[in-house]
Design a protein around this ligand. Structure first.
Ligand code: HEM
Length: 140
């Protein structure tokens, strides 16, 4: 496939996409970092993972709100009149996964058992990463 000609994005496009990617990296990357830290935190004190999770929630929920706001901004900026059915389907699938990821993260924060906590965290992460990959596909 031929590469597209290299060109610079406009200032506003750079701002919009940078904010979208920054928020997405906090939401998705933060989940991965939290999962990696939990075993070490547990060695410190039994309540440390919960405290760290609450601290992460203060960053992750604003990031989730920002990824949705900038995602809507992306959708308004793109000329969708000529978009293929495939592109529209991927956008719908992505938005559904983002909603599912938010719901799973909320259920994760309320989960009382370890199995429910693990399942909601795992599924939420898979939904978030899939939404990220679909975002890259949408950018074309
Ligand atoms: C967990 C939430 C989300 C993640 C992780 C995510 C991630 C991404 C990523 C990595 C890109 C590629 C950016 C690029 O290479 O230019 C992207 C693009 C895009 N996203 Fe999202 N996104 C999320 C939520 C949303 C939502 C809620 C919407 C719509 C309401 C949306 C609409 C779009 C669109 C239309 C593009 C293409 C932008 C362009 O071509 O300029 N995203 N997303």
């Amino acid at each position: 496939m031929l590469a597209t000609t290299a060109h610079l994005a406009s200032g506003l496009d750079t701002l919009r996409i940078s904010l979208h990617i920054l928020a997405a990296s906090v939401w998705v990357g933060g989940q991965l970092v939290m999962a990696g830290l939990v075993p070490t935190l547990r060695q410190g004190a039994p309540d440390l993972p919960a405290k760290a999770a609450r601290a992460f929630a203060r960053l992750s929920w604003p990031a989730y709100a920002l990824v949705i706001i900038t995602g809507l901004w992306n959708t308004m900026e793109i000329n969708r009149s000529g978009a293929s059915i495939g592109w529209q389907f991927v956008l719908m699938l992505k938005v559904s996964l983002v909603v599912a990821a938010g719901l799973l993260a909320y259920l994760h924060s309320k989960a009382q058992s370890a199995s429910r906590r693990g399942a909601t965290a795992g599924l939420g992460f898979v939904a978030s990463v899939t939404a990220l990959v679909l975002g890259v596909a949408l950018a074309g």
